[in-house]
Design a protein around this ligand. Sequence first.
Ligand code: SF4
Length: 429
Amino acid sequence: MSDLKERTKEIQAGPKGRHRTVQVTVGNVKVGGGAPIVVQSMTNTDTADIEGTVKQVAALARAGSEMVRITVDRDEAAAAVPHIREKLDKLGIDVPLIGDFHYIGHKLLADHPACAAALSKYRINPGNVGFKNKRDTQFTDIVEMALKHGKTIRIGANWGSLDQELLTKLMEENAKSPDPIDARAVTREAMVQSALLSAARAEEIGLPKNRMILSAKVSNVQDLIAVYRELAARSDYAIHLGLTEAGMGSKGIVASSAALGILLQDGIGDTIRVSLTPEPGGDRTIEVKVAQEILQTMGFRTFVPLVAACPGCGRTTSTVFQELARDIQAFIRDEMPNWKTRYPGVEELNVAVMGCIVNGPGESKHANIGISLPGTGETPAAPVFVDGQKFRTLRGPTIAADFKALVIDYIDQRYGGAGMKASAVTAAE
Ligand code: SF4
């Protein structure tokens, strides 16, 4: 019996408490220190292309990205940044912009003070901020620029551009050790040290902890989990979490979900980015949707109403239910920007679209509003359930349109200004 109790406790334990970090403000967004986990993304436009970058930042922000990073790689890009900020402000888009700097960040920030002022955060990579005797001065210059403009810095170590001097030093120490560890473990340690040593150096220069966010991105899931666990165990800096070079399509989504899911469950991660490679000319906002869905399906945040749908099987020989599930989810996504202000709380809505009588009525009853479509050989009728009660049965060729109308009615009545509960709907069958 006690064994059963213990197991029940384990099952019910849920996620660990959040790793305690110092809160950082990026523009108008709070990161860490118990704030909701922030979704961010990055453009893939040439930042010097002002119109193209504004358009993509706006699309990412509208999709739900709460911060957007842009590449600042040369003078033309740095010169464009204040214009991008200005145009976004005119469009009413106040999403904070983060500048991504490599190699010459110190120079670009010094030569383009309007760029330094327009950005809310500077991302630097300790592996390429400068080399040999220039490293310290260039790093100091960037930190001083952040101090001067009142900005936050992300110190973002990356496996692909790891500080080679630090790695070599740790490899040599390991080789001389009587009990050497494997080279991969040394590289993980170098990632963690690279981020932490740079953060300590920034603090020495005067940048307080509440103006710094750390990341240590790796493309291998197990390495990423190990590195971030270590980073969190050794510090309380706010943490930017992401799997770098996750890849394309389902591979990238699965790898990111697996890695981020485990770390988020450990309480690690104050802001996340899903680094998906889009198809050529593909939709960049998918990375935002995936990041939101990771957080929402794990129960950390709610962004959009979710549609639960069964996978279908031999009992569903028509595609009606697949089409309906797809249409309803797309419809909800499209409407969300308007609904957010019109229907507060609508993001918590659950809709179910099920393929047949086996799980259909049961699952539909657990949703706010659900439909159980007729499977092959079943009576061509689709019961709709509202707040766990059978509400109406739909029939005929307009089932999809009729169900969509019922979803809209439900949302309007439950989340509309009158705040009326859907159970007040009386038009039962
Ligand atoms: S609910 Fe019905 S159609 Fe859907 S997977 Fe289950 S048995 Fe198949």
